[in-house]
Design a protein around this ligand. Sequence first.
Ligand code: GLN
Ligand code: ZN
Length: 766
Amino acid sequence: MRTNILGYPRVGNHRELKKACENYWSGSISAEGLLEEGAAIRKRNWSLQKENGIDLIPSNDFSLYDHILDMTLTVGAVPSRYEALAGNRLNLYFAMARGFQNEGQDVIAMEMTKWFDTNYHYIVPEFTKDQQFSLYYNKPLEEYKEAKRLGIKTKPVISGPISYLLLGKEKEGGFDRLSLLERLLPVYVQILKSLENEGAEWVQMDEPFLALDIDKKTKAEYVNVYRHLRQVCRLKIMVATYFDGLNENTSLATSLDVDALHIDLVRCPEQLGDVLAQLPAEMSLSLGIVDGRNIWKNDFTQSLEVIKKAADALGSERVFVAASCSFLHVPYDLDLETKEDVLTPEMKQWMAYAKQKVDEVSTLRILSDGNFSDEARLKLEANKFAIAHKKTSLLIHNREVKQRSAAVTDKDTSRKSPFPIRAALQHKVLNLPLFPTTTIGSFPQTADVRSWRAKFKKGLFSAADYKHLLQAETKKAIEWQESVGLDVLVHGEFERNDMVEYFGEQLAGFTFSQNGWVQSYGSRCVKPPIIYGDVHRPHPMTVDWAVYAQSLSSKYVKGMLTGPVTILQWSFVRNDQERSETCRQIALAIRDEVCDLEKAGIKIIQIDEPAIREGLPLRRGNWKAYLDWAVRSFCISSSGVDDATQIHTHMCYSEFNDIIEHIARMDADVITIECSRSQMELLDAFVKFKYPNEIGPGVYDIHSPRTPSQHEIVALLKKALEVLPPERLWVNPDCGLKTRGWAETKESLIRMVDAAKLLRSEFPSL
Ligand code: GLN
Ligand code: ZN
C-alpha cells in the first residue's frame, strides 16, 4: 500500500509568501528575493512529506499567486491586453493576477472567482475563438527538476485539460471552449513528455469536473483526451477528483485510459462501493480519506475499515491512502498554536492541520499494512482516545441546546401574519416616505478606528477608553446621516472587525486560532472561526450598541446582525453533525438576539446573509435540500418578532437570479441586494417572478472609489420601477461602506438621497 498527498499549503508556516509577495509588489525586495522565498517554502514542504514517508509527494502544487493562473501561463493562454508585458515573466504574471498601472498604461486584471465550493479564489482563464496555446513556461518541469536536485522524487500536479478549459470563460460568442482541446492537447503532451524524459513516474491530473454534473459531450471528450494521452506518453497518470462523488460518472471515470483514480471519500463516502465494483484490474485507487477541507483529526478506526474494504477488493498494491483533496484549504501546522488560552489543550487534541494530516496519511498506511511498531500502536491508541473523548466532551455537547434545536416546529419558522398585513402595520408605525433611503450597515473603518482596536487588543487602551472612542465615532455617523436626510439610519459597525468573527467571539461553541491561516486568494489569507460545539448565545451581542445609537436620533436606527448561513459558511464547521443542524443552532442564537433587540425598542432589524448562495452544493440535484434548510434557518432567526417589527436582509457577491424564489421564501420584509455592477441584471428575474416583499436593489457599486452621479442613480431606479411597484422600492448602495473613505462615502450618499427626493417628486399621488 502506498501514500498520496494531492497538494500542500503554499503560503508558508508564517505566511512568508504573503509577506514576500507584498514586499515585491511595493518594491522593497527584488525578484530574486521573492523567488528564493518560494523555493524555501517548497523545500520545507517536500522535505516534511519525505520525512513522513509519503510515496507520491506533489510538486507544481506551489504557486506565487494561483495554480490556475500558473497553468494559464504554462500553456501560453495570455490575453492580448498583456502583450506589452510579455518580456518579463514575473511582471506579466502579476499583471494578469492584479492588473497593471504605470505611466499611462492601465491594464485590468483577469477575473477571479470562487474555487468550487471553497473560500479559495482562482484566476479565471479567458479564451477567444481563435485561441492559440504554446508552452510559455514549463513550470511543472522546472519544479520537478528543483525537487530532484534536492533528492526528492515528486509527482507533478497539473490541472487536467478538460477541467482547465471548463474553469475558464469564453470571451466572445460563437464557440465552445471545449472545442479548444485540439489546440491545447499538444502543449499537454509536450509537458508530459518533458517530465517523462526527466524521469518522472507519476503525474496527477486534476479533473474535479468528473465529480460534477457534466453533459454528454464533455463525457465523450474525457474518453478521447485520456485515450490520446495514453497513446503518446508512458507516464503513469492519476486522475484526481474531489469535492463531490463520481456518482453517475463512475463508469466514465473507471473507463478512462489511466493508471489510477483518486476519489474524495470525505465528501462522498458512499461512492466507494460502486467504484470498487467498476474499477478495472489495471487501475489503482487513491482513497481520499484524510479531510483536506477541515481541521479535525481523522478517525483512524473508521478509516482503517474503509481502507481494508478497498484492499480486500483490489489487493493492497493497488491502493493509495490519501488526503481527500489538496491541503490548500487547511492551515499549516497545529504545533504553531502555542497559546493555551486561545486554543485549549483539550480542543487541540481533536484537531489536525496539514502537517499533522500528512502524519495521519502515513500512519494509516502503516496501520493497515498490519504488523506495525509500538510507535504506530501508540498513535492508534491516542487517536481512539481523542475521538472517544470528543464524542462525549461537555465542551462540545450541551443538552439544552440539542433539545431546543430538536423542538423547533413550523410555528418557529414563520412570522405571525403574512407580509401584506405586516407591511400595512409597519408602514403605519414607521411612517417612512416613498423610496426610503438607507445603507447596508458599516461606515468607513478608518485608520483611526483600526488603530484603536489594535491598541485595545494589545492592552494599551482600557475597555472604557475604547468604548468611548467608538461611541464618539458612532455619534458622528448618526449625526451625519440625519443631517443629509437618510431615512433609516445605521450605527456604523465600528466595533466590528469582521461580520462573522464579531459574533463568533461572543457565541458559545466557537473558538479561534492563533495561526490558522488559509489562503483566500493571492496574498490574502483568512483565519476562519472554528465551530467545535453546540452553539448558543450566553449574553446579548449587539443590543447595547443598537440602543446607544437609537438614543441619539429620532429617526429609526437598524439593528444589525449576521445571519446563520453566513456564519456557518465562513467558519470551519463540526464534522460530527450535519451542517444543517449546526446552522439551526446558530439560527436560534441569532433569534434570541433579534428578540432582545425588539424588546430594547429597536423597530428595524437587519440579518445579513451575503453567503447564502455560495453555500449551494456543487451538484444541482442537491440544491433543493440545501436551500430548504438554509431558508428555514434564516426564518428561525427572523420569526420571533411581532408583525410591526421590520426585518431586513442583505445579500451580495453573487448572482441571485436563479434562486430568487427561495430568497422570497425567506420572507424578509425588506431585502437590500447587490446589483449595480451588473446594471441591474438582477431585475430580469422579476419579469418572470414577482418578488412579493420590499426590495432595495443596490444603486451604486461600493467596491470602487468612483462616486455615482444623481442622474445615474435616478436612471437605475427608473429601470427598477419597470418591474417593481414604487411602494415597495428602497434606495441604498450595493453593500457596506467599511472599505471606503469618508469623503467619497459622503458625496455618494448625498447624491443617493437627492436622487430619491427627485423621484418622489414624480410620484406625488402615492
Ligand atoms: N452589514 C455588513 C456591512 O455593511 C454587510 C457586509 C456584507 O454584506 N458583506 O459591512
Ligand atoms: Zn454586502
